[in-house]
Design a binder for this molecule. Structure first.
Ligand code: AHR
Length: 522
């Protein structure tokens, strides 16, 4: 592999100084230092950073979340029981639905009322698959309610109308006597649901191929007519930029700040490109592994630049940034429908997820939500299903190990480590970390990206530090290509971790190659 190890001189000097200082002048054989500034920041990591995205795409909804009440697959009111239970354990804070590109072809009225009267639809974006509309507004919002998830409705701004969307909001959230609330009641739901987040997807692309100027005017119309009903307050999210399209953010911020736009979205995929092969999800070289990590951490400069524009045009920070689609995007698994975007998830994806969270936590002053694509059976999923079985992916396990950071105080830290350089701009840290504190407990998440070498890491604290380790778990595998598969025992799952020691200098940890470690301390 042609990667070149790059050690930033400034950091190296600092690292050596730190090691000498902390070891009382006797050099420790240490690969990295994590300096935890445990005085705290007072900034809360929004739980919504751990959001999910459910789209009518491939087997995400049908066969993934939903099998219907009459299915032979064990279900809770039509939701697959195994998936339902796994999502409950994950503590999903928010879920976006029904798309994605699907949203801009979706007409919500087709998905309400008696199941037998609902017509079919052709999923034009994703393989032309026929759907029977058995999963609609009631099925999505009831699922959210049962699992304590905030719903995020992505409406049809592309091919629908302002009237259609306004009626949808009324149908979902009005408690008054109104035509839409009465229709909902006639369909068996007396009380309105609480719907916190709403509208729009990729107006620059599959959502209508609009210019930012045209879309700004259109958003104002939606902003005007999507009226808050009763006590429900809809946090209206404008369809934001893709990746490096800073002009889109600038135009929307200029035209919409103070005009009903509570948030602006951003999409960033870890992907080789939009034409040609994206590479296999499971068969990749070391060079491709490092490329993927370099591409994924490039989200940091991208976030920074969008945030810079927002800071310039909204210095008081009223408008939130929401990364409502992110994750790895590889070629579909051989033999599966190319329009269904079904991919496996390996230990590489687990490292990707962890590195992203480490970055997201640093920007929550502006970044208020992130939704990985997608929750089941599509792209970087948490869960994969076949007819009868379910598999939890390595990505699921990172989400579960990291969910302690939800609503916790972000604790600033610096990682002094070597970096691996690829042809991309961002060099990949060999060791990475993020820290938070909640209810007096410190949660330290550590990543070793090195495929072959264990890393000795010293975690130091500026202030009181910690006196005991409450729990420690590790997610790793012998081979970065490992994944969990149907009919086999799981190869990648968190297990108890013992390779740490609490000393006067801090916590000494030895991270296995290619691993994610979660420590809870007090
Ligand atoms: O996640 C797959 C697709 O990627 C979504 O439908 C769309 O919004 C994005 O381009």
């Amino acid at each position: 592999m042609q990667t070149q190890i790059l050690i930033h001189m400034k950091k190296l000097i600092s690292l050596l100084a730190g090691v000498l200082l902390l070891s009382g002048a006797s050099l420790l054989a240490q690969d990295a230092t994590v300096r935890v500034h445990d005085a705290g920041t007072g900034i809360t990591i929004p739980a919504e950073i751990y959001g999910q995205f459910s789209e009518h795409l491939g087997r995400c909804i049908y066969g993934g979340l939903w099998v219907g009440k009459d299915s032979s697959v064990p279900n809770v009111e039509g939701y697959r029981k195994d998936v339902f239970d796994a999502l409950k354990a994950l503590k999903v804070p928010v879920m976006r639905w029904p798309g994605g590109c699907f949203a801009d072809d979706y007409h919500w009225m087709d998905g309400i009322g008696p199941q037998e009267k609902r017509g079919y639809l052709t999923n034009n974006n994703w393989g032309g698959t026929l759907e029977d509309n058995s999963f609609g507004t009631h099925e999505f919002l009831n699922l959210c309610e049962m699992l304590g998830i905030e719903p995020y409705i992505s409406g049809n701004v592309g091919s629908g109308s302002v009237e259609e969307m306004a009626k949808w909001v009324e149908y979902m959230t009005s408690d008054a006597k109104t035509p839409m609330a009465d229709l909902r009641r006639a369909n068996g739901r007396e009380k309105p649901w609480k719907v916190k987040y709403g509208i729009g997807n990729e107006a620059w692309g599959c959502g209508g191929n609009m210019t930012p100027e045209y879309y700004s005017d259109l958003f104002r119309r939606y902003g005007t007519y999507l009226r808050d009903q009763g006590t429900n307050r809809l946090f209206k999210i404008a369809s934001g930029a893709s990746d490096y399209d800073y002009n889109w953010t600038r135009v929307l911020m200029k035209n919409l700040e103070g005009k009903g736009m509570a948030g602006i979205s951003l999409h960033y995929y870890t992907c080789k490109g939009w034409t040609g092969s994206k590479g296999s999800a499971t068969k990749f070289t070391d060079k491709e592994y490092w490329w993927t990590l370099a591409k994924t951490i490039e989200v940091e400069p991208v976030l920074k630049k969008h945030i810079e524009i927002m800071d310039e045009l909204d210095p008081s920070g009223r408008v939130a940034l929401l990364l409502d689609e992110w994750g790895t995007w590889f070629d579909v698994e051989p033999g599966t429908n190319p329009g269904h975007l079904y991919q496996q998830s390996t230990m590489r994806d687990a490292i990707v997820a962890a590195l992203n969270f480490d970055i997201f936590h640093k920007y929550t002053r502006r970044l208020k939500m992130a939704n990985i694509a997608q929750v089941v059976n599509v792209l970087q999923s948490m869960i994969l299903t076949n007819e009868t079985e379910m598999v939890l992916t390595p990505t699921y396990h990172v989400f579960e190990m990291y969910n302690v950071h939800q609503d916790a105080e972000f604790i600033d830290s610096e990682v002094l480590t070597a970096h691996v350089k690829t042809e991309r701009e961002c060099a990949v840290p060999e060791v990475d970390a993020t820290v938070s504190r909640k209810d007096g407990e410190m949660h330290i998440s550590l990543v070793n990206t090195d495929l072959k070498k264990a890393k000795k890491v010293l975690v130091t604290f500026d202030e009181a530090g910690v006196k005991s380790i409450l729990s420690a778990r590790v997610l790793t595998s012998k081979d970065v290509h490992d994944y969990n598969d149907f009919g086999k025992a799981d190869v990648v799952k968190p297990v108890a971790f013992k390779d740490y020691k609490l000393t006067k200098a801090g916590i000494e940890v030895t991270l296995p190659p290619c691993s994610v470690v979660a420590l809870a301390a007090k």
